[in-house]
Design a protein around this ligand. Structure first.
Ligand SMILES: [Zn+2]
Length: 241
């Protein structure tokens, strides 16, 4: 039973734990629980404590893509430093054809957005001719996202079927979210995934949903309380997120 969400607006709501400014400033400890996250959505992206891999939330399940390329389905209740979820219920499927790069995918997705000032969720299902992704390695000693993000593993696959779980966030949200597109991949067999770096495909099916409500659950204890969150996140996020 869910009593914390107004059902009329549920599908328009993006919910997130903590902020990207906190990540950039090295607040990498878990803050709020995975059970709270799943109460607020079943589709989204995030990361793990000490940046131990990339998080993909799809179909109400949380997957952890580790830097050794293994994918772990997390069914335990654990603390999360940063994640964003929504409920993608769009029934309108749009076909996207002949995409040769990430820039091409973003161009195709731009045509499905009506504003630069709202959030959007994108689910893209395809058989990818090529797909490049990465995952960050756990770095308990990292003091910022930049030093942690330099410790990553890159993967490349050909002819792999799966889903891109994506969000588009406005530029004005840069202290909270990742401005622009942010896609994480999970294969149909749930054995490979990661933060999308590049891809190409002949045909994909996209589902898009506009998100007009934005709820941020802030950590109420720990280093978040004293971190300097007035930093400009853009340069670091463009490099590592
Ligand atoms: Zn990512």
């Amino acid at each position: 039973m869910r009593i914390d969400v107004n059902p009329r607006t549920d599908e328009a709501r993006l919910f997130q734990i903590s902020t990207t400014a906190a990540l950039v400033q090295g607040v990498l400890q878990g803050a709020l629980s995975s059970s709270l996250l799943l109460k607020n959505g079943d589709f989204g992206v995030g990361t793990f404590e000490d940046l131990d891999g990339e998080m993909v939330i799809l179909g109400g399940k949380i997957y952890q893509v580790l830097a050794n390329e293994a994918v772990v389905r997390r069914t335990d209740d654990f603390l999360i430093p940063f994640a964003q979820v929504c409920r993608l219920r769009s029934s309108r499927a749009v076909q996207i054809e002949l995409v040769g790069s990430l820039a091409g995918l973003e161009e195709a997705c731009n045509k499905l957005r009506t504003s630069d000032n709202l959030f959007y969720a994108f689910r893209i299902d395809a058989r990818f001719d090529t797909l490049h992704a990465r995952s960050v390695r756990s770095s308990p000693t990292a003091t910022s996202l930049e030093t942690a993000g330099s410790n990553e593993a890159k993967f490349a696959w050909n002819n792999t079927s799966g889903s891109l779980v994506g969000l588009w966030s406005p530029q004005f949200s840069s202290s909270f979210s990742v401005p622009g597109y942010h896609f994480h991949f999970i294969s149909d067999d749930r054995r490979t995934g990661g933060h999308l770096l590049d891809c190409s495909f002949r045909m994909a099916v996209a589902h898009v949903q506009v998100l007009t409500e934005y709820e941020v659950a802030l950590p109420s204890s720990g280093p978040f309380l004293r971190a300097n969150l007035t930093v400009d996140t853009k340069a670091v996020l463009e490099k590592v997120e």
